[in-house]
Design a protein around this ligand. Structure first.
Ligand code: 3HC
Length: 315
């Protein structure tokens, strides 16, 4: 097994959500950490199929570039197992994942439902991680209590202790960072094992307290928002704003192109969360950002944002 396996102890990993983020996490777990069984779970069969097809595409690209041999790609593919729902993560009474990473829609209600269901399905020893980009990990952890656990029982107290945030970055196979966010309730051994797991996935790990936006989005989102306000105020064109940051500061993408890449709905959601939870006016989302989301212009995924994206350039 790959480096650090003894430290993290993950032989079976569950990943909830087979969109860009979930699929990327499943990919680095299978290819880099070489976790023997990666259960990729999505409630939508069509999305699951799309995710598996993208996994194959990433493997084929790595083989064509000489980054993986065909044998290594085949072995990674054999580690991936699509499953159609949370109950299917428990393979048998004595075989269930040591860790599950949730990368579903960025909605507190959706995540609370998933964590309640995970807690009811999987043993207390399973580490439960969320890939949320801004929602309180402490709030999510508070929902990780099995349905039948009585208030104040050991199950109700222990359940939230195995929850933490593992924040990956898009595109997951390329970006080298994972931000680790312990909830107020998380126990130290869970933090250590999750840290070792993220390293086994080839990532550098930073830690953040559970504050709105953590470190990464607390810095990135106001920067993107300011670029949108700069456009909104007519100070410069979108192209010049992006060029300024690309060529003046060496960013791989300008902030408006990056906002399209992340998703304008996601950017708005994160800004709104930071604004609501801190009541600090520096996090007030740009009106233009809100209007673009109202229009259904979500960026690359919807084909239109600050720039236009023909369907063949979208994943
Ligand atoms: N999935 C997997 N791999 C991808 C990919 C994707 N969606 N998009 C690009 N790549 C890979 C390419 O295959 C290529 O791999 P190779 O080196 O093996 O050939 C490599 O990335 C470079 O791609 P390209 O040559 O096509 O294009 P660029 O050189 O322009 O790089 C980029 C594309 C990597 C996306 C680069 O522009 C970049 O780093 N942009 C910044 C991305 C960023 O900031 N991400 C973080 C967003 S914030 C976030 O995720 C947190 C959330 O909470 C908001």
């Amino acid at each position: 097994m790959a480096v650090n396996a003894a430290k993290h102890g993950v032989k079976t990993l569950g990943v909830i959500g087979s969109g860009q983020m979930g699929l990327g996490i499943a990919f680095v777990a299978a290819v880099k950490a070489q976790v023997p069984k990666v259960l990729l779970c999505d409630a939508s069969p069509a999305q699951l199929k799309k995710g598996v097809a993208f996994f194959d595409k990433l493997l084929a690209k790595d083989v064509s570039k000489g980054k993986l041999t065909q044998e290594e790609a085949d072995a990674a593919k054999a580690r991936l197992h699509p499953v159609d729902g949370i109950p299917a993560l428990k393979l048998s009474s004595d075989d269930s994942p040591q860790m599950v990473i949730e990368a579903a829609t960025e909605s507190l209600a959706v995540k609370q439902k998933i964590f309640g269901s995970l807690a009811s399905t999987l043993p207390l020893s399973t580490i439960l991680a969320t890939n949320t980009s801004s929602i309180s990990v402490t709030k999510i952890a508070a929902s990780a209590i099995a349905e039948n656990a009585k208030a104040g029982s050991e199950d109700a107290i222990e359940g939230p202790k195995r929850v933490l945030g593992l924040h990956f970055f898009n595109p997951v196979p390329v970006m080298k960072l994972v931000e680790l966010i312990p909830a107020l309730q998380t126990s130290k051994d869970i933090v250590d094992r999750a840290h070792a797991f993220a390293e086994a996935c080839g990532k550098t790990v930073t830690h953040s307290t559970d504050v709105p936006g953590f470190v990464s989005n607390r810095l990135l989102m106001p920067f993107i928002n300011e670029a949108i306000m700069t456009l909104e105020k007519g100070i410069s064109s979108k192209e010049d704003i992006d060029t300024c940051l690309r060529f003046g500061m060496g960013h791989p993408m300008g902030p408006l192109a990056l906002a399209d890449f992340i998703g304008l709905d996601t950017c708005l959601y994160i800004m709104e969360t930071m604004y609501r939870e801190t009541c600090d006016s520096k996090y007030r989302p740009s009106v233009l950002l809100g209007r673009m989301v109202d229009a259904g212009w979500y960026g690359k995924k919807s084909g239109k944002g600050f720039y236009d994206y023909p369907s063949d350039t979208r994943v």
